[in-house]
Design a protein around this ligand. Structure first.
Ligand SMILES: *Cc1c(COP(=O)(O)O)cnc(C)c1O
Length: 388
């Protein structure tokens, strides 16, 4: 019963008798906690990751969220951060020191890429980006100083996957840790720890909170890794989530299965319809049988969410942006995973002053399917495609 999703989302970590049997847990909005005597104070300081000393360490509201996220990812424990990027930074930094080397899949989330290539590089941490579908290429990059293999499967623009089990096995053979950004799938559709990955990372901003009103992140891992990360990156850098935001994420989690299944079924309908449209060259979606890594996707993911990318069959940026300007029910925005449908035309990121052009072709538009009626979203897209 303890590992049933419904139990995790509705009961685990909650102790209602402590707070008037309130169904929704209280927001323990406090910076610090008092102790009845010196002995308990000393014991708490020695086990701060599990005690209540100071809210930069462990806060009771945040602790409920930690327990639920760890259980969803089948790990011992979790830490919750102020953003997904803070979680990624803490996870990577916990694995390396000056002179070490990280192998990372190419074109990861943009701030993961910046962390490795611009930021940690300044402190003497070397890196290589690699085609994550090529196991030989990964193995050839391994050096005696390699400490971490960082995966993101699928990524969130073109959805390339890595064979997670094979990567974890290879890394273990060389005594290298593996970490994965599992945001695309949410903990419901892919559980990398079960495939041998050491550290599983999520942005909470997307599916897990799901209401477009919180920025947060999480790292799920073993007691050994979490306890060390708590005393180092977590307490030192202090990128914690507030108790109030944690309570909003707990609220969001209650409906995660419902939202994921709605998003999945709507996306299937929309992708199938768009695939055959004459103005569309290709729809990229991991659970589409034409997706190049479809077999691998089906093998390691139990479901697929609401992100897909359309390669438009148009002659130039102008005609693409004309179509985009006619779409009204999908909002132009970054991010995804909330209640609302979004689109991200890559062309908008071309020719920005002082910025390199993206590696993704200009005729790609990423769409995110929200909780709207699929027919409502589809109608808007099809109309934009017919009107000249
Ligand atoms: C959004 C996102 C992040 C960063 O999360 P924030 O909460 O915005 O910091 C990391 N990885 C992926 C795949 C994302 O989509």
């Amino acid at each position: 019963m303890e590992d049933h999703i419904s139990f995790i989302l509705n009961e685990l970590g909650e102790d209602r008798e402590k707070y008037f049997n309130a169904m929704s847990p209280p927001i323990i909005q406090t910076s610090n906690f008092a102790f009845p005597d010196v002995d308990i104070f000393r014991k708490s300081i020695l086990d701060e990751v599990n005690s209540h000393v100071y809210t930069r360490g462990n806060n009771p509201t945040v602790e409920i969220l930690r327990k639920k996220l760890a259980a969803l990812e089948c790990t011992d424990d979790a830490l919750v951060f102020a953003s997904g990027s803070a979680a990624i930074a803490a996870a990577i930094m916990s694995c390396v020191a000056q002179g070490d080397h990280v192998i990372c899949v190419r074109h990861p989330y943009s701030w993961t890429s910046a962390l490795l290539s611009k930021y940690l590089f300044r402190f003497g941490v070397d890196y290589d980006f690699v085609d994550g579908s090529d196991m030989n290429a990964i193995e050839n990059l391994i050096r005696p100083t390699t400490k971490l293999l960082f995966l993101e499967s699928p990524n969130t623009f073109t959805f390339e996957l890595q064979d997670i089990r094979a990567c974890a096995t290879l890394a273990k053979k060389h005594n290298i840790k593996t970490a994965i950004d599992n945001s695309y799938s949410s903990p419901l559709f892919q559980q990398p720890a079960k495939m041998g990955v050491d550290i599983v990372i999520h942005t909470l901003t997307k599916y897990i909170n799901g209401h477009s009103d919180v920025v947060g992140g999480a790292v799920c891992s073993s007691h050994e890794i979490i306890n060390k990360m708590f005393m180092e990156e977590y307490m030192t850098l202090g990128g914690i989530i507030s108790p109030h935001d944690a309570s909003l994420v707990i609220r969001g989690l209650r409906t995660l299965p419902l939202r994921m299944s709605r998003v999945q079924s709507s996306t299937k309908i929309i992708v199938e319809k768009l695939k055959t449209h004459e103005k569309i060259k290709r729809v990229i979606y991991p659970f589409d049988p034409d997706f190049p890594q479809y077999e691998l996707a089906k093998k390691q993911m139990s479901g697929c969410g609401g992100l897909f990318t359309v390669e438009f069959n148009v002659p130039d940026i102008e005609s693409l942006l004309q179509i985009v300007s006619k779409i009204k029910r999908w909002k132009i925005a970054v991010s995804w995973g909330g209640h609302e449908a979004l689109m991200m035309p890559i062309a908008a990121l071309y020719n920005l002053p002082g910025r390199a052009d993206p590696h993704i072709p200009w005729n790609y538009v990423r769409f995110y399917v929200g909780l709207e009626e699929p027919e409502y979203l589809l109608e808007d897209l099809l109309e934009a495609l017919v009107r000249e």
